[in-house]
Ligand binder design. Sequence first.
Ligand code: NAD
Length: 488
Amino acid sequence: MQTGSYLDGSWYQPSSDKTIKNLNPADTSDVIAEFPAATAADVERAIKGASEAFESWRKVPAPERARVFWRAAEIARGRVDELGEILCREEGKVLAEAKGEIRKGISVLEYYAGAGFRLEGRTIPAEGRNVFTYTIKRPLGVVGLITPWNFPWAIPVWKAAPALIAGNTCVFKPSELTPATATAMVEIFAEAGLPKGCLQMLVGYGEDVGQAIVDHPAVKAVSFTGSNAVGFHVNTCAAKRGAKVTCELGGKNAIIALADADVDAVVGAVMNGAFGSTGQRCTATSRLLVHESIAGQITERLVEGAKALKIGPGLDESSEMGPVVDGVQHKSVLEYLELGQSEAKCLTGGGKPAGLDQGYFVQPTVFADVSPDARIFQEEIFGPAISIATIKDLDEGLRFANSVRYGLTSSIYTQDVYDALRFVEEVETGMVHVNEPTVGGEAQLPFGGIKDTGIGAKEMSTDGIDFFCEEKTVFVNFDKSTARNFNR
Ligand code: NAD
C-alpha cells in the first residue's frame, strides 16, 4: 500500500539515507511498507506549500470548509472495516478496538464539521456609549501537528480537524511507527476536497522532522501528543521562539474503589482500563486504590480475568489483547514487569506469554501490595499492568492518587454522593470519572491533563479550535456626533 510523505497534493519520495520500515507488531515478518524517511530539508518545502495554501484556505468561508469534514466523515464511515484493519496491523490493538478508534475519529470529524458553522466570536458591552465591542477569531497560519503511535487515527484527526476548520494549514508529522493509518487520513481528506497544501504530511523521525517543525519560525503553533521527555523539550523549544504550544503527555491513572463500590463494575473498569489496547492508552488505568474490605475479592477476580484473557494478533477476531507496538516498547514494558516483581507481589503475568514469539506480546499482569513509593506505582509503564494498593478511606485514596507527577484522568467507584463529589473536587487530574472507567474522550468535551501531563490548552471541543485561533477585540464607534472618550 501507499505510505510515506504527502506534499502539495501528491505522494512525495524524500531523498534520504534513512528509511522507515513499518512492521506488524503481532508478526514482525510482516513488513507493511518500507520507504525513505523525510528529512529536515523537506520541512522547509512543506512549510512553503502550506504557507501558500493558507492564503486561499483562510478565505474559504468556514461553513464551506466544514463540508470537507462532512465528506471526510462519510468516506471514513464507508471504510471503517478496512481502516480498522490497517490500524490493527501496524499498531497492534485488537480489531474491535481499532474499529472503535476509527468511529471515534468519525465523531470528531462530525463535531468539527458542525463547528465550522459556529466559529463564533463574543459580543460584549462597552463601557463607552455608542461603541460596539465584539471579538472575532482568526486562524494563526501554518501550524505543526506531531502525534504518537497509540491512537494513530483519532489523535491526528482531533488535531487536524480543528486546525483546518479554523482556517489554518498544517504540517503533520505522524509517529514513524504508524504511517499507514496517517496515510489513510490524508488520503481521505484529499478525497473529501481539502485543497492541496492544506495538510502536508512528512513521515520521518522525531529528531529530524519533528524538531525542524518545532523550531521553524513560520510555524505559529505546535500541537504535540507523546511522552513527557519529548513533550517538555518540544515545549521549551517552541515557547523560546514565541510559538503557541500544547502538549498532551503521559498518564498514571488511578481508580479509587471505596468500601461501598459495586464490585462487578470495578472489576469491569479495571479489566478494560488496564488491559484494553494492551495498556497503551494515555488514559489507561494503571493503579487501583481499593478499600481493604473489598480488596481481596476484587484482586482475586482481576487475577482470574487476566489469566483468562486471550492474547494474540489483533487481526484474529478471537484475540482479546494484542501485542505492544514495537521492540523498544516491548523491552521497556518487560523491564517494568521485572522491576515490579522486586517491588511488589506479582499475582499473575510478569513476562512474555508462551508460544507467541513472532510478535511483541506481553502477559497481562497484576501487582498487589504495591507501595506508593514504588516505581511501578509512580511511573508510566504503558503496558498491560495494574498496580493495586489498599486504602483505609477516601483521604488515603486521594493522597495516593495525587502522589504522582501525572494528572490525566481518574475515577472513583462509590455509592456515596458526598465522597464522589469530594473526589471530583480534590483529585488532581484534568478528567474525572465517577462510577465509570478512566478511559475515553468525546469530541465535544475538553480532553487533556494537568500537572506534568498537560502543557497549554486542552484538545477537542471548542478548546481545540481556540488553540488554533487568535482572537481580535474590535471597537466600533457608531455615534458620528460625539467625540470618542479616549479616557474611559
Ligand atoms: P514520543 O514522545 O516518543 O513520540 C511522539 C511524537 O514525537 C512522535 O511522532 C515522535 O517521532 C516525535 N518526536 C520525537 N522526538 C521529537 C523531537 N525532538 N521533536 C519533535 N518531535 C519529536 O511518544 P510515543 O511513544 O509516540 O507515545 C506514547 C506517549 O504518548 C505516552 O507517554 C502516552 O501517555 C502519551 N500520550 C498522551 C496522550 C494524551 O492525550 N495525554 C494521548 C496519547 C498518548
